[in-house]
Design a protein. Sequence first.
Length: 487
Amino acid sequence: MLKQFLNLKLSQKLSPQQIQLMKLIQLPTQAFEQRLLEEMNENPALEAGKEDDYEKDEFESEDYDDYDDAEADRIEADDINIDDYLGSDDIPDYKTQVNNYSDDDEDRDTPFAAPISFHQDLINQLNTFILNDEDREIAEFLVGSIDDMGYIRRSIPDIVDDLAFTQGIYTDEKNVERLLHVIHELEPTGVGARDLQECLLLQLKHKTPTEFVELAIDIIENQFDAFTKKHYEKLMQKYSVSNEQLKKAIYEIERLNPKPGGSFAGNSKVTENIVPDFAIRIVDGELELTLNGRNAPSLHVSKDYQEMMQTYKESKDKSTQQKEAVQFIKQKLDSAKWFIDAIRQRQETLFVTMNAIMHYQEEFFLDGDETKLKPMILKDIADLVGLDISTISRVANSKYVETPYGTKLIKEFFSEAMMNDQGEEVSTLEIKKILKNTIEEEDKHKPLPDDQLAEILKEKGYPIARRTIAKYREQLDIPVARMRKKM
């Protein structure tokens, strides 16, 4: 019975380390750097930078599978082999694999001007208006109610209630409406609108009055539903105008900004800066893959902690405090070693996975033609590299690769297969590309409905149902034919 218990226990030894590795694998470069910083702050035995006079010792190859976090508190100091912790190693093997990163791929702090936030800019503009104290508080509250797209989504009665309950300001709807007109004077024009119709009207009314601006105002103010549904024939009859006159009025509307807050350069909404995790280049007609060097940091185990072990070993009289200290030091050294090894495994996993994807989609990476993307599912790559599908998914879902044709999210290279009329497997990405090109080339005065698009793709060798066309069109964020119609 005892033997069975021990076997079960040994089978579970690696799970904490594997969980840590899976979490590291799914992190993109920037998040990985943050995780690395957190680990170094938490573990003083882990240090960054290279060590001089590196000599690999037996500690590098030590089998750590026999260490169990659950037993950490039960380790006796006298049972610890101190010599295992006294080496001068700790530049891991992967730092010598220069083909995976570049020497000039170093961290650089790029200075940048901290942009003023969208809401702070509105407050600064508000300060140019002469308002009494209460009006200013209400106006600032209104500014605070504006979302990142520039709209106030709450009703005036709700704002009146909020002012009373949260600010102790008792006012009425008429007064709030009056101050909302002040907000509407702020830039960008259209900010503070309660819906799209009001947003467009605010912008049109700020334009220099012309025949076509006046017509546009009337359309938005009184025929907004017909405009949004593109019932142009109805609008021409309503206003007794020609196609050309209506087209000029529509042009005035199309030049407006439906999201005035979204265009603000200092928008408070954080914009993620994408740092490619890989780079693919074409060198002498061959593909070359590199892993961003920021994924391969120089790490080593603290010499100070190793020296503490040496001091303990040389000490003749080992006190209880020293024994407790050596247990703590061992745990930190083991944790540091585990983390360094996990980073090595993370780097190897990322590289072999992306390398397999690169060669699987070699035709695309050589010339950038999206129609040459082959059908590829997670299992295809998992079988090639001998890893779990879940591991491939973690790499693909969160990593970017820089190519000669732009920076791409890796998961975009995966697609299901469909059969063409020749019985050949083609990627759904290829079909979507052809569908997109077909829509771009259509007559915008008579856009193609989904059933006609299905017929065209069938003629090109891709027999696809109308409902599948609709699904792909929606995935490409392309509206229905009626909404694509131009004057």
